[in-house]
Design a protein around this ligand. Structure first.
Ligand code: IMP
Ligand code: MG
Length: 175
């Protein structure tokens, strides 16, 4: 099978969208210091760009890592916690969770459930990408970059078998 890596979202479009997301976040958190909680690994580039556009007060940036077990590129239905965050960084804090993509919703739901146990003051979700057609769990995305069709996408932090994360734009494989 011969597949071509095809651009879906350009670095310029990503940059414009991140500025729009940051504007929404800045308005909502003007007087409310926030903690950004990134879900590794896929969100690392998104967060690096997003935080530099946020001028609302950011008290802390923390990370957790979840692993979703996949066969080929299909989620196998459970996410496991590889790296936890200390409860003292969450309890009583206003948390903004940053995701690369909400696909089935299993990872995000797992992350939000873990977080709630640590008693934050509030939790909102920001995701660069959304693939609503594959959703298995209902997820409310407060700040969304792009809604995309059911393509397996790569680049800008997203991987297939850990590869392609360094691409500046978002791509997919076309048959
Ligand atoms: P979910 O649990 O199915 O919503 O997705 C979990 C994780 O799988 C996401 O946070 C991504 O890291 C990864 N993922 C989902 N869809 C894609 C994709 O199209 N490309 C690369 N990674 C993806
Ligand atoms: Mg991934």
């Amino acid at each position: 099978m011969n597949q071509t890596l095809t651009p879906l979202i350009s670095p310029e479009e990503i940059s414009i969208t991140i500025k729009r997301l940051a504007k929404e976040i800045n308005q909502d958190y003007q007087d409310c210091p926030l903690t950004i909680l990134g879900i590794l690994k896929g969100s690392f580039i998104f967060i690096a760009d997003l935080v530099r556009e946020i001028d609302a007060p950011v008290d802390n940036i923390e990370f957790i890592q979840l692993s979703s077990y996949r066969e080929n590129t299909v989620s196998a239905g459970k996410a496991s916690l590889l790296l936890d965050v200390d409860t003292r960084h969450i309890r009583g804090k206003h948390i903004l969770v940053a995701e690369d993509i909400v696909d089935t919703g299993i990872s995000t739901t797992t992350a939000l459930e873990l977080l709630i146990q640590k008693e934050p003051a509030s939790v909102k979700l920001c995701s660069l990408l959304d693939k609503p057609s594959r959703r298995q769990r209902e997820v409310k995305i407060d700040y969304l970059g792009f809604s995309i069709p059911d393509y397996f996408v790569l680049g800008y932090g997203l991987d297939v078998d850990q590869k392609y994360r360094q691409l500046p734009g978002i791509h997919y494989f076309k048959d």
